[in-house]
Design a binder for this molecule. Structure first.
Ligand code: GGG
Length: 357
């Protein structure tokens, strides 16, 4: 039997609720499939840990995580601690520390879920957004001077490197090539941002020559929001910078019915370090503790984790169970249902056990 070591970091807000649900579903799946086991170790890092210790995770946090096969992450952020402290102290430390440079965010309208868009239905908006996850606007390059004075200055300088852009472009073209439509849209803002973004366009054209069977086009990020809304079926695989893709993927989640169903995988494609799987949504303190957080994004990213671990059949079985439960209308309030997190979780576990394939 194949045995995988998983580090769970539930962290803040609804993170612990959805990760508990995800672990239950993944363990049920492992039991049902019988070919692999998951040994889950939970880490109590996050904002409560920060309040006790002054750091979001210990100094040797990455060293503690390195032996694991994958990381299952909940959400980070709390109302009483500045967001840049919680985000940089945990999630970005792990993404950047483990060079998880490819952030993969699939979208699809699940059965039973209604998109706010007209004329799109189940299976539509079949997109994958590839977010550059190691540099760009999140390079952490900036500073503040003359604090509190009229001359105060704050800089936040985006860094785009040839290595960083080439590798994410190659990853995105390869992913597009593996999908039926073989079509990639490269998003920038290269009309207004005439250095790094123009380099993105040039590198896209260079890397495209390695993938002659992949058609591709370019969009400015502002126009991309219009295209996603008014001509969504014209899109398939999308690659964009760290910040642009973060914003576009929230839009994608909303257009698919709720950000509560949107998953994301932070991948180190060379497998030099563990990859991390999480729902796109944040800690959602407004609903934390109410038992109504949507666990579907966490199940879906669990399927991404299984794919990454080399268990594609189990991943597909999990997504069939999720589809069946959504189709049956067992859904949380954010997607128009009346079910609790626990009821959706039990229904998915039931569907996993019930499936006779
Ligand atoms: N599970 C995702 C999460 O916790 N996200 C928190 C957040 O604020 N992320 C900002 C970003 O990824 O740019």
């Amino acid at each position: 039997m194949r045995a995988y070591k998983i580090a769970a970091i539930p962290a803040d807000g609804i993170g612990p609720e959805v990760i508990a649900a995800g672990v239950d579903v993944l363990q049920a799946l492992a039991g049902r499939v019988g070919a692999f086991s998951l040994d889950v170790t939970t880490f109590d890092w996050g904002t409560d840990y920060y309040k006790r210790t002054g750091v979001m995770m210990p100094a040797d946090g990455l060293a503690q995580l390195r032996p694991f096969d994958a990381i299952y992450f909940g959400a980070v952020g709390a109302p009483d601690v500045p967001d840049h402290i919680t985000l940089w102290g945990l999630r970005l430390q792990i993404c950047q520390g483990f060079d998880q440079y490819a952030n993969v965010r699939p979208t699809r309208i699940l059965p039973g879920i209604t998109s706010p868009l007209r004329n799109v239905g189940v299976g539509d908006l079949d997109w994958v957004i590839v977010r550059e996850n190691s540099e760009g606007e999140y390079a952490g390059n900036g500073g503040r001077t003359h604090r509190g004075m009229p001359e105060e200055v704050g800089t936040e300088v985006a860094i785009f490197t040839r290595v960083g852009v080439e590798r994410i472009m190659r990853y995105a073209f390869k992913l597009a090539q593996a999908r039926p439509r073989k079509f990639l849209t490269v998003v920038t803002k290269s009309n207004a941002q005439r250095f790094g973004m123009v380099m993105w366009d040039e590198i896209a054209a260079e890397v495209a020559t390695e993938f002659p069977d992949v058609a591709w086009d370019k969009m400015l990020v502002d126009a991309m929001t219009v295209r996603m809304t008014l001509d969504p079926k014209s899109l398939d695989t999308i690659v964009a910078t760290n910040l642009h893709a973060d914003i576009l993927s929230d839009l994608a989640g909303a257009l698919a019915g709720s950000i509560g169903v949107a998953p994301t995988a932070n991948i180190n494609p060379e497998r030099r370090s563990p990859s991390m799987f999480e729902p796109i949504h944040g800690s959602a303190f407004d609903i934390a503790g109410k038992g109504i957080a949507n666990p579907v994004a966490t199940f879906w990213t669990g399927a991404q984790m299984l794919e990454h671990l080399g268990e594609p059949e189990a991943a597909a079985r999990l997504m069939r169970a999720v589809d069946a439960v959504c189709a049956a209308g067992v859904m949380t309030p954010d997607v128009g249902g009346a079910a609790t997190t626990r009821q959706v979780t039990e229904a998915v576990i039931g569907a996993i056990h019930g499936a006779n394939d």
